[in-house]
Design a protein. Structure first.
Length: 372
């Protein structure tokens, strides 16, 4: 829709927007708890999993402030919340309505499920469940398989394969973790949330961790899940403070000084096998165990799956896409934009910014080619 919006502005004709959903932009609609976290104050390649040079180049060509200006000119002024995240004031429809209005010049072919593709000389023959569509220029913007309940699918990778592109299969990220037996105590705390920092090897992600009946979720876990493949992560339940700072008062009980929810403290202490007592009575061995509260080792069993995931890792190989134009390096007039590419952002507005930036880069290339 952003691509169509940009091209419509320049007087383009003959654009068809094909979607198997009965309505466009369903992921926008359900995003950010219905308020669409559209971008972030602070966006760089460091917030993404993907080839950093590729990501940087695309993001620099259409920045968050350009996106915010685009929305502002159309009467939408998202509000900044914690972590520099911009959300719509009332609802995600604010963004959706702008895109729909600006993409008016396009023909919307809704409830058209794309099933395959053929390149016939210099044309793309797209097979849908409602018949064939022939295009001279084709932009694949089919996102990822995350949230199939609103239309997420891996059709983009199937099409890429039919056109000889390399890709990494999709797997769910920005998703909660299921837990191993050792951490089943976490499930008993379902509904409690606590501020943590999660160390996933080369990255540390801070935010709320929410205990859920299947495992752990919440912003910190969702962001960390982007970087986790398997193995151990370390959770700091007392971020920004040393253990000594937390347990300053030697005459008070450990539990009262942790400043965490009572039930969490009880289960945490049980899990690290430390008895609650006044600080001055702690043995050296107990101090060592308590240090685990700053680096609680946990090996997630898996994740909550595609139906709960806000994005997918994987996608079309960036080495086969030109970052100046988003055009395929294998086929003239074939383009990829958005989440179908092997670039995925952290939680916080990074994925929409990526989708919009790559759409604008592609629109500029198509404009140079077709409209100048
Ligand atoms: C619950 C949820 C909340 C999210 N919240 C945020 C947020 O607040 N901020 C943020 O930055 N990101 C968020 N995301 C991620 C963001 O929605 C995606 O990264 C973004 O929508 C990707 O844009 P896209 O245009 O590449 O793909 P999409 O928006 O997924 O669009 C792809 C389109 O292709 C269509 N399609 C798929 N298969 C077929 C087919 N076979 N035939 C025809 N059409 C097909 C789909 O119906 C869809 O309309 C969220 C995602 C989810 C699931």
């Amino acid at each position: 829709m952003m691509l169509a919006a940009q091209l419509c502005k320049k007087g383009a004709k003959g654009i068809a927007l094909v979607d198997h959903n009965p309505r466009v932009g369903m992921k926008i609609k359900v995003s950010g708890g219905g308020k669409c976290n559209v971008t972030n104050q602070d966006v760089s390649e460091d917030n993404y999993l993907g080839e950093s040079g590729f990501v940087r180049s695309v993001l620099q060509r259409y920045t968050p402030s350009e996106l915010l200006d685009f929305l502002k000119e159309r009467g939408v002024i998202p509000k900044v919340r914690s972590f520099g995240q911009y959300f719509c004031k009332k609802s995600a429809d604010e963004v959706l309505d702008v895109l729909k209005a600006d993409a008016q010049c396009a023909t919307f072919l809704l409830t058209h499920k794309v099933v395959g593709i053929n390149k016939v000389t210099d044309e793309y023959h797209i097979t849908t469940d409602k018949g064939k569509i022939v295009a001279k220029h084709l932009v694949i913007a089919t996102g990822s398989s995350a949230y199939p309940q609103v239309g997420g699918s891996d059709i983009g990778l199937k099409l890429a394969k039919e056109l000889d592109h390399s890709f990494e299969k999709f797997s769910p990220v920005l998703v909660g973790w299921t837990v191993q037996k050792d951490q089943f105590w976490m499930k008993e705390l379902s509904g409690i949330s606590t501020w943590v920092s999660i160390d996933v090897g080369h990255k540390k992600l801070s935010g709320d961790l929410l205990f859920a009946h299947k495992g752990v979720s919440g912003p910190a876990v969702l962001s960390a899940s982007l970087y986790w493949k398997k193995g151990l992560v370390n959770i700091d339940f007392l971020p920004d403070r040393t253990l000594k700072e937390v347990l300053q008062d030697r005459k008070k009980q450990v539990s009262t000084q942790l400043q965490l929810s009572k039930r969490l403290v009880k289960n945490l202490l049980q899990s690290i096998e430390v008895e609650d007592k006044v600080v001055k009575k702690l043995t050296e061995d107990e101090w060592e165990k308590l240090a685990l509260l700053k680096a609680y080792p946990m090996s997630p069993a898996g994740n909550f799956g595609l139906k709960k995931a806000e994005a997918c890792r994987g996608g079309v190989d960036t080495s086969e896409i030109n970052f100046d134009t988003m055009q395929s390096r294998l086929h003239e007039n074939l383009y990829f934009i958005g989440e179908v590419i092997d670039v995925t952002g952290e939680l916080g507005g990074y994925n929409f910014q990526w989708a919009f930036s790559s759409a604008v880069v592609c629109a500029q290339a198509l404009e140079r080619k077709l409209l100048v």
